[in-house]
Design a protein around this ligand. Structure first.
Ligand code: M6R
Length: 600
């Protein structure tokens, strides 16, 4: 959601910023803009819609070696050129980009900006106007910036430039991610290291409550009170090529195909030379000491958590609750005496989950984050982190992160079981390697999956997914995948619940996709399929070698009962992909969605 880039140095900045914004496209946005510091003033270029439109409108017209850029995902005011960032102060001297939400912007407007005519509907403009108001009262930019920061309530990452000091980008953050980076011929600011890999791989994390000045040859970090802060930089373990789609038409398809590799990578990272599980002893201790685990997550990560709960409870006998982060935040249940909170998040930036983490830490509970981005906010703020090693996931629809999360959770379950002396229990490492091979087989069946998407999902308004036991959790994910990228209304149900309401929606040719990999409920779900067929549904059955029957549309290679979602989700991902493609949807950047949901 929203993205910031900035550069100050020797190179021409417009192209650097545009490339950076293109790298941030995956986060989701609906307008974009850049400000380039010219001879006398900062020149603004903004457009509603895609970066390609912005690029076209700039068309080589901008020149300068310092500037800031932004992709906006509308919160206050609709997507429009006026509301797109950067925003300028009334005099035009100050220019600013912002990620996040200023919760008290109305109040600030009333209290300080009575005389100021605002040019946009955004909360952001209030920030830049406030800085100017304080400067008009005699403060330097730096002092006015600090004063403003003290007044802001909410989440923000901000970059500010001043026409009269072309050598500095002023930066600050609260709850929203922001990095500064050291380049050879200039320094950068970015929401995500991926955005500026074409300039540098050396970054420094910025913390809440800091004020940072980025100049051509220095990055100065201070506290809000002006005390100097020193912090080591880190090298981003990414190459620009990791973030490119290569020969693939879409990131989503590339990421689906990467899943066998990701699973093998996880096996390697979580195994020592004796083939035992390699886990931070502190994580092991926290897991063993906990009387109950609380998994907190959103969207696809929540679905991975549902599977994780089943595996943990079956393998290690440890009670687990799984909660939607935004629900837990305002409606928390009674928590056990010695809980361990496990946050699952691909991005590590989801605001709903972060809200829960803040509360959990206030109550002095232990927290573990399972994430694909180890330096992320959820990772930094939790006591421990487990990395999912899936590599950058760019498509908004999460695929490889989901299977990676379930793989890590299954390893955690195995470790918890071993710690309790269940030596011969489920061997996640061995079973995951069987899963990786099964995934490969399924990824090679794209033509079949495309055919199913054509046969079942052309010109339909809705689609139902049903499953029982572990398959119920994976159908929730299948439905989410289909709806978010193809805009077909898709819902996942527990097979047994159909007759308690949902079956009323079945009409002639309504597609119903049933997943059946669990022997003990195979007959039951097949019974449910007969019920919908009798009412005219167009049913498609995805079974596994041990549950298959003649006529099933897809038969998955056999994997361990506890890990079936890692295999059965592949056809669901591919069918969604092809359905969206056939409908002409923007597969990687579905409407209204953002990759990293940094607002509540
Ligand atoms: O980064 P996170 O895993 O915390 O994100 C949570 C959800 O926003 C995310 O899984 C979302 O549901 C995906 N777009 C689904 O494909």
């Amino acid at each position: 959601m929203c993205g910031i880039v900035g550069y100050i140095g020797e190179q021409q900045v417009p192209e650097l910023l545009l490339r950076g914004l293109e790298k941030l496209e995956y986060r989701g946005y609906d307008s974009a803009g850049i400000a380039v510091v010219g001879e006398t003033e900062a020149e603004l270029f903004k457009e509603k819609g895609r970066i390609a439109t912005l690029r076209k409108s700039i068309n080589g017209k901008a020149e300068g070696t310092a500037g800031i850029g932004h992709t906006r995902w509308a919160t206050h005011g609709p997507p429009s050129k006026e509301n797109a960032h950067p925003h300028q102060s009334t005099s035009g001297r100050l220019t600013l980009v912002h990620n996040g939400v200023i919760e008290n912007f109305e109040q600030l407007k009333e209290e300080y900006l009575g005389e100021v005519e605002l040019a946009s509907d955004t909360d952001t403009e209030v920030i830049v106007q406030l800085v100017e108001v304080f400067m008009n009262q005699g403060d330097s930019v730096k002092k006015a910036f600090r004063k403003t920061l003290r007044l802001l309530k909410g989440s923000f990452a901000i970059a500010l430039i001043d026409n009269e000091d072309k050598d500095t980008i002023y930066v600050a953050k609260n709850k929203s991610p922001l990095l500064a980076g050291y380049g050879e011929d200039g320094n950068v600011v970015a929401s995500d290291s991926m955005a500026m890999l074409h300039v540098t791989k050396e970054f420094v994390e910025l913390m809440d409550g800091e004020v940072v000045t980025v100049t051509r040859d220095n990055i100065e970090i201070t506290t809000l009170d002006g005390e100097e802060v020193t912090r080591d930089s880190f090298t981003a373990e990414l190459d620009e090529s990791d973030t490119e789609k290569g020969t693939y038409a879409h990131y989503m398809l590339k990421e689906i195909d990467e899943q066998p590799f990701v699973i093998r990578n996880i096996i390697q990272k979580y195994q020592d030379e004796n083939h035992d599980i390699k886990l931070d002893p502190e994580v092991r201790e926290a897991l063993n000491e906990a009387d109950r685990l609380y998994i907190i997550a959103a969207g696809t990560s929540y679905h991975a958590g549902l599977v994780g709960k089943e595996v943990m409870e079956k393998v290690a006998g440890k009670p687990v609750e799984v909660h939607i982060a935004s629900e837990f935040l305002y409606n928390a249940p009674i928590v056990s005496e010695n809980p361990l909170f496990i946050f699952i998040s691909q991005s590590g930036e989801t605001a709903d989950s972060r809200g829960v983490l803040v509360n959990v830490k206030e109550q002095c509970h232990k927290a573990l984050t399972i994430t694909n981005v180890p330096g992320s906010t959820l990772s930094r703020e939790a006591d421990f982190t487990l990395h999912t090693y899936a590599g950058p996931e760019i498509a908004v629809a999460s695929t490889k992160a989901y299977t990676a999360q379930m793989a890590v959770l299954s390893i955690l379950a195995m470790d918890a079981a071993r710690s309790q002396g269940y030596e011969d229990s489920f061997n996640a490492i061995q079973e995951l390697s069987i899963v990786a091979t099964a995934m490969e087989t399924l990824c090679d069946q794209k033509d079949e999956m495309e055919m199913i998407a054509r046969d079942y999902l052309t010109d339909v308004r809705n689609c139902f997914f049903i499953g029982r036991a572990l398959d119920y959790h994976v159908v929730l994910e299948g439905a989410l995948k289909l709806k978010e990228i193809s805009y077909i209304q898709a819902e996942g149900f527990a097979g047994g619940e159909l007759k308690h309401g949902t079956i009323a929606l079945i009409e002639d040719k309504t597609p119903v996709i049933a997943v059946t990999t669990q022997e003990h409920v195979n007959l039951n779900i097949r019974g449910n399929v007969q019920e919908v067929d009798a009412r005219g549904a167009n049913s498609c059955i995805i079974s596994m070698e041990n549950t298959a029957k003649n006529g099933d549309q897809i038969v998955l290679p056999k994997v361990h009962d506890y890990l079936t979602p890692l295999a059965s989700v592949i056809p669901l991902q591919l069918i969604s992909y092809f359905a969206a493609l056939h409908r002409g949807c923007d597969v990687d950047k579905p409407r209204n969605l953002a990759k990293s949901v940094t607002v509540e």
